[in-house]
Design a binder for this molecule. Structure first.
Ligand code: G4P
Length: 296
C-alpha cells in the first residue's frame, strides 16, 4: 500500500506530533506532580485504550489519588462504556466514570466522585488543607470543555501563577478543589498501528499529518463490519456489496454526490466527510475498542 500504510502514517506523523512542545509539556507535568494530591486522567470513551498515554501512568506515584474520566460518553456505546468502567476499576483499583463534558448534569457526577475520592484521601493522610488536582489527557480529549463545565458549576476563578508556564493554569473550584490544567500530550510512539488509526478516526491527530483516504477506508471497513445497520441507515448504502475498502469509500462518496468534474468520485472529500460524520456522532454511539478480554 506504499505511503498509505498506517505504519508510515504513524512514522511520518510522529515527526509532527512529538515536537519540542510535547516534550516540554511532559516536563511540565512531571514538575507539577509534586504540587497535587490527585490526578484526573481524561480518556476518550470511544477509544479508551488508544487514548491513554502510557506516560500518564508512568508518572503516577502510589502516593497520589487518581480517577479516570472517560469523555465523550455521549458518543460512545453505553454498554461498552459500562464494561470499560468496570474493567478499569477492577484492574487499576481507581474510580472511573464516563461523562459528556458538555453536559452540566453529567459533569456533576465528576464532582461527586472527586469529592468522595478526595475525602477518603485526606482522611487517610490526615490532610486538612485545600485539595489540589491535575487534569491530564491527550490533545482534543475534552480537557478544556470539562474544566469549563466544572468551572461554571462552581464559579471558578482562573489564575496564571508565576513560575507555572502559561500553558498550565490553576482553577479554583468552590468545592475546595484547586485544579491544574495541563497541555495535551500524545505518546512519542504508538503501541500498534491500530492506536494510530483510532487516534486519527477520533480527531486526536490532525488530518494534515496523515493520509485521510487511507484512514477513512480503514474506518468504513471497521464500521461496516461492526455497525452495519447504523451505517446502512445513515448512508442508505449496503456496504457488504462492496468487498474492497476503496469501493466502500467510493460508495459513500457517491451517495453524497461528492464527484469531481469528470464524474469521478472525489475520494479526498469523501474521506473527510466520512471522518466528520463519525466524529460528530451523527452515525450514533460507536465505540471502537473493547477491553482485551471482551469481544469487538
Ligand atoms: P482539549 O482541551 O483536551 O484539547 O479538548 P477540548 O475541550 O478543546 O475539546 C475538543 C473537542 O471535543 C471540542 O469540539 C469539544 O466540544 C468536544 N468535546 C469535549 N468533550 C466532549 C464530550 O464529552 N462530548 C462531546 N460530544 N464532545 C466533546 P470542537 O468541535 O473542537 O469544538 P466546539 O465547536 O464543540 O466548541
Amino acid at each position: 500500500m506504499g505511503d498509505k500504510d498506517i505504519n508510515n502514517v504513524a512514522a511520518n506523523s510522529s515527526i509532527h506530533w512529538f515536537p519540542g512542545h510535547m516534550r516540554a509539556s511532559q516536563r511540565l507535568l512531571k514538575e507539577n506532580l509534586s504540587r497535587v494530591d490527585l490526578m484526573i486522567e481524561l480518556i476518550d470513551a470511544r477509544i479508551p485504550r488508544s487514548s491513554r498515554n502510557p506516560f500518564f501512568k508512568d508518572i503516577t506515584y502510589s502516593n497520589k489519588a487518581r480517577i479516570v474520566v472517560m469523555s465523550k460518553g455521549d458518543l460512545a456505546d453505553c454498554r461498552a462504556s459500562e464494561d470499560w468502567v468496570r474493567h478499569i476499576e477492577n484492574t487499576e483499583r481507581v474510580r472511573a466514570l464516563a461523562v459528556d463534558c458538555k453536559n452540566a448534569k453529567s459533569v456533576k457526577n465528576v464532582i461527586y466522585v472527586l469529592k468522595e475520592v478526595l475525602l477518603n484521601f485526606s482522611k487517610k493522610r490526615g490532610l486538612g488543607r485545600l485539595m489540589r488536582a491535575m487534569i491530564v489527557g491527550i490533545p482534543n480529549v475534552g480537557k478544556s470543555t470539562l474544566i469549563n463545565s466544572l468551572a461554571k458549576k462552581s464559579k471558578a476563578r482562573v489564575e496564571n501563577r508565576p513560575g507555572v508556564t502559561r500553558t498550565a493554569q490553576w482553577i479554583h473550584l468552590d468545592s475546595g478543589l484547586d485544579l491544574l490544567d495541563t497541555p495535551g500530550t500524545l505518546p512519542s510512539k504508538f503501541e500498534s498501528p491500530e492506536v494510530g488509526l483510532n487516534l486519527a478516526y477520533t480527531g486526536a491527530i490532525k488530518d494534515t499529518v496523515y493520509d485521510v483516504e487511507y484512514v477513512a477506508m480503514n474506518l468504513i471497513e471497521y464500521l461496516s463490519a461492526n455497525y452495519p445497520k447504523q451505517v446502512q441507515n445513515r448512508f442508505g448504502v449496503d456496504f457488504s456489496e462492496f468487498p474492497r475498502p476503496i469501493e466502500k469509500l467510493e460508495a459513500f462518496g457517491k451517495s453524497r454526490g461528492m464527484l469531481l468534474r469528470g464524474g469521478e468520485i472525489d475520494l479526498n472529500r469523501a474521506a473527510l466527510g466520512l471522518l466528520e460524520e463519525y466524529r460528530s456522532g451523527r452515525l450514533g454511539r460507536i465505540t471502537l475498542e473493547m477491553p482485551r478480554e471482551l469481544k469487538k
